[in-house]
Design a protein around this ligand. Structure first.
Ligand code: CA2
Length: 148
């Protein structure tokens, strides 16, 4: 069965508790439940992980190559700064979708730059929590179209 890792970066563990005007009131657990429901419908397996540390996220991407077929990555602020995460995705060649809750292009200019986008299959942003099931559908389709 196709397996997809949904990986969340720094501060996303705070979802639903602060800055709800930007990120909404859903918690990461709510989003996980939404994705599990979509995964059942799509007949794919999903795993979730969140970490605040850049190195731990790099490690998760390395491990993903062995256990999963694709990664949906909300790298949070590391999107705009992390060459290490970009190199991990490029180095493992694991298909990755870059995901953001907010429309980063409608926000501060420093959020317009992404180190991840160029090595990602594609980018989804601005759809709030719904972006996660959307990304799951997009990744499932991508893997089905590219499978050997
Ligand atoms: O829109 C997104 O999903 C972001 O990846 C969220 C990051 C931000 O740095 C990116 O530019 C866009 C920030 C995540 C912080 O999440 C919080 C949630 C609740 C309270 C505080 C922070």
């Amino acid at each position: 069965m196709t397996s997809i890792l949904i990986l969340n970066g720094p501060n996303l563990n705070l979802l639903g508790t602060r800055q709800t005007e930007i990120y909404g009131s859903h918690t990461l657990a709510d989003i996980e439940e939404m994705c599990r429901s979509t995964a059942r419908e799509l007949r794919v397996s999903v795993a979730f992980a969140q970490d605040n540390a850049e190195g731990a996220l790099v490690e998760q991407i390395h491990l993903a190559r062995e256990h999963h077929d694709g990664v949906i990555l909300n790298a949070g602020a590391y999107t705009h700064s992390s060459i290490a995460l970009r190199d991990a995705i490029a180095g493992t060649e694991i298909p990755t979708i870059e995901l953001h809750l907010s429309n980063v292009f409608a926000r501060e200019t420093f959020r317009h730059e992404s180190y991840i986008a160029a090595v990602a299959v594609g980018v989804i942003c601005g759809f709030g929590p719904e972006g996660y099931p959307l990304a799951l559908r997009a990744m499932t389709l991508h893997l089905a179209q590219t499978e050997a």
